[in-house]
Write a protein of this length. Structure first.
Ligand code: FAD
Length: 398
């Protein structure tokens, strides 16, 4: 076994692990990132590319709880569960139901809003640092409510966001079509987040980030961390064929972090909300900014040379393959709005790292700050990467 000694070992090279590694390196630490795959090729590659600092509302809300069963029974809904995963999911679901109760949901919203505050500014700065400013677009983001009933029902969420200072503008259907003239006519309304920014290619952002990490002098160890052990003289990580001895380990392996946290006696209720995207190659996407038709639970994302349609939540664990029906639904629902899209050029599915309360875990482990936990970012991990790196940097410094 090849042995490595280092100040800090970051386990997982998604957007969270890489942002942390870069930050700790600029704080003066010697850092390695343990990552068995191409860095940034997990959830960090396949997302919608929105820096969603407006997304303060957790997945679990009183309304989702009330409608949970009907959402599951509707084969076209954005939420689904693989029945084979139900027994293992049961504790997560029970906790999710509890976290959706009014008092918990309000508290979770407050915690998410605190984390999201300043996320866009932090990313603008971070994008400049990693040479990715040209990939950022600042045209806002649009939610579509296709019926007046759905538009009215969004009132409570709009008021809640208002309370946290989120900039949002209510638009009539006509005003929506002025912003996005290639959308078909509809009768509801829109909600515009004017300050939102987005990336035109999350995969390219990951390539630039990993290049910046390497250039800063951080080595990627091409292996999977199998075991993490706390010893009197530090932390030992087995990532065959490597053995890494370190003063501080950061667990940031996205949806795969639960097993590693359990090994240092810090069990967490992390699971995954599986997400999907389909892409349609085209010279000019039909929209200028991310547009979310809320009934379908996905985003149309204008990207370089293609339109990406990304979203859905499937509860189904890490082992099962993608569900073909969901990919078909995604493409079919996209064609309900843009009928000329044709067949997708490519499809993808991946694993959001999700806590039942939608609040990421960013803290020292229960056994001490020699192991730091940084995972569970759910739907807003891209958005929160620079902020998470700042928080972890402060934890390593103390
Ligand atoms: C369809 C979809 C749309 C989304 N849209 C958005 C959006 O618009 N905005 C937003 O902010 N967020 C969005 N997200 C969420 C966001 O993509 C994730 O929260 C974020 O990418 C999580 O980053 P991560 O680094 O924790 O995980 P990942 O990117 O999954 O990285 C984890 C890494 O850990 C590695 N790993 C796993 N096990 C081990 C091990 N044992 N040892 C070493 N390494 C290991 C994996 O190989 C992987 O590279 C979306 C997600 C999906 C699925």
């Amino acid at each position: 076994m090849s042995s490595i000694s280092i100040d800090v070992a970051v386990i997982g090279g998604g957007v969270i692990g890489m942002a942390i590694a870069l930050r700790l390196r600029s704080d003066g630490h010697e850092v390695v990132v343990i990552e068995p795959n191409e860095p940034g090729s997990g959830a960090s590659y396949g997302n919608a590319g929105t820096i969603a600092d407006y997304a303060v509302i957790p997945v679990g809300t009183p309304s989702v709880l009330r409608n949970f069963v009907s959402l599951l029974l509707d084969t076209n809904s954005p939420l689904s569960i693989r029945s084979s995963a139900l027994p293992t999911l049961f504790p997560w679901l029970t906790r999710f139901a509890y976290e959706s109760l009014p008092h918990r949901y309000r508290q979770n919203t407050r915690r998410i809003a605190e984390l999201l505050s300043g996320a866009s500014a932090a990313w603008t700065e971070f994008a400049a640092e990693i040479g990715a400013s040209d990939l950022l677009s600042a045209k806002g983001c649009l939610y579509l409510y296709e019926t007046q009933k759905a538009f009215k029902a969004a009132g409570a969420d709009i008021a809640l966001r208002c309370g946290y200072g989120v900039a949002q503008e209510l638009l009539s259907a006509g005003e929506v079509l002025q912003l996005e003239p290639r959308l078909p006519p509809f009768e509801g309304g829109g909600l515009f987040f004017p300050g939102a920014i987005n990336f035109s290619d999350p995969g390219e952002v990951m390539r630039r980030l990993s290049a910046a990490v390497r250039q800063a002098g951080v080595e990627f160890i091409p292996a999977s961390a199998q075991e993490i052990v706390r010893q009197p003289n530090g932390i030992r990580i087995i990532a065959a064929p490597f053995e890494i001895r370190t003063r501080t380990a950061v667990i940031s392996a996205g949806a795969h972090s639960r097993r590693l946290a359990a090994q240092i006696d810090d069990p967490v209720q992390l699971d995954t909300e599986r997400g999907y995207h389909v892409e349609f190659d085209m010279a000019e996407p039909p929209i200028e900014r991310p547009v979310c038709p809320t009934a379908y639970g996905f985003y149309f994302c204008p990207m370089w040379g293609r339109l990406r349609v990304a979203g859905l939540v499937e509860l189904g664990g890490l082992a099962a393959p993608a569900t073909p029906r969901l990919v078909e639904n995604l493409a079919e629902n996209a064609r309900r709005i843009f009928p000329d899209l044709g067949e997708p050029s490519r499809t993808w599915f991946g694993f959001r790292p999700s806590m039942p309360n939608s609040v990421p875990v960013i803290r020292p482990s229960k056994g001490g700050s020699d192991v730091i936990l940084a995972f569970g970012h759910g739907h807003i991990g891209l958005t929160l990467a620079p902020r998470t790196a700042q928080l972890v940097s402060a934890l390593v410094a103390t």
